[in-house]
Design a protein around this ligand. Sequence first.
Ligand code: AMP
Length: 446
Amino acid sequence: MQFSDLALSAVIQRAVAAAGYTTPTPIQEQAIPHVLGGRDLVALAQTGTGKTAAFALPILERLHTQARPQKRPIRALVLSPTRELAAQIAEGFGAYGAGTGVTQAVIFGGVGEEPQRQLLRRGMDVLVATPGRLLAFMAERIVDFRELQVFVLDEADRMLDMGFIHDVKRVIAALPTKRQTLLFSATMPDDIEDLARRFMSSPVRVAVTPPATTVEKIAQSLFFVEHGHKRGLLLHLLGDPSVRRALLFTRTKHGANRVADVLERAGIAAAAIHGNKSQGARERALEGFRRGSVRVLVATDIAARGIDVDDVTHVIQLDLPEVPDQYVHRIGRTARAGAEGIAWAMCAPDERPLLKDIERTIRMRIDVVSEHPFVNAPAPAREPDTRGPRGARHGGRGRTAARHSPHKGGGARNESTRGTSPPGRATQPTAAPARTQTRTFRPGRR
Ligand code: AMP
């Protein structure tokens, strides 16, 4: 299918071509005709699938073909869980809508309120907002939804995870009941199903790339390592020059800062991005990462939501996430828009129950790297915990496995004879492997 097969105006087709898109992604192919037809839509799609354009293009089509109202009442509202994602969605509307005359604005917390008040007073066709700041302005009665036609709830499951679901419901309660509602979510927990039942009218359902198939595009490896050796292992892994642009996940903000410091001290350009950083600092870090002056961006899950950076070569998880779906979200930051990606995750003994949950969720076993400098290295006496105060659940499943090397060497290698680089580092054979997979790992691809 081509974009020209979709019933979009020439001006929008041109903007899409200018963005460099040649063919619609599967979610765009499936969603756009329904949205253009005015249907409510529930779309199961993750970030990276092209979902922003899947709702932005038909909304722009609808709005720009209507007579343009004088006062720019809000005709479409998009709710997003994070400010980064909100900003990117608004940018998307700006880019795809260039030449249509449709205007958009974004409001989110963490920055001054007054400029956003002025935006609301001036009016816009499309408002992109995070729920908290929007509700604050709604309480001031400066938001008028009387002309609203389309409501988009983006990353609905993330709204739930972040505790925004009540805020979302309060916003929905203030919208006209006669409207088109589009709901995008990477997963469909019961609470989101419930939301769809209550607030949508006979929605069409579309789904693309459920997690199990999405993750198959990503070459995933697992490193068993004590907490106290994680940073040492990280520095070792970053010795691989093919790690050009890495997104590194830690569970806590504090952990993110500390790792960024360790990397900087080791001469590796790194920056941390999380909720305690000012908006300016986050934008600078993100911009450096996009431009390439920041090689490693250290992020917490919440801060990483919606980061739209293509060509992330590696996603590295210093800590396993407590929520298995989060693993899928994390590794989905690489392999964007069809590219292949590499994901490395570290697992300390007390994280094994988390690993078990993750592997159940993704319905596959992650290949274990058999040889690295910290295999079987005993926990250091004073363990510099990378995980922060929440700690991990305890228990273990006693799995020791020998798998692949993350570094050079190329070609197939046998269990326990795999080398590791950078060269010159000592390696130790692991205990008897308990895994049965025999896939071959090649650096940079699968
Ligand atoms: P999203 O899932 O909306 O975050 O989009 C993921 C990435 O895919 C963004 O970098 C978009 O610019 C890009 N993208 C969206 N639609 C297309 C398309 N039809 N062809 C190529 N890239 C696209």
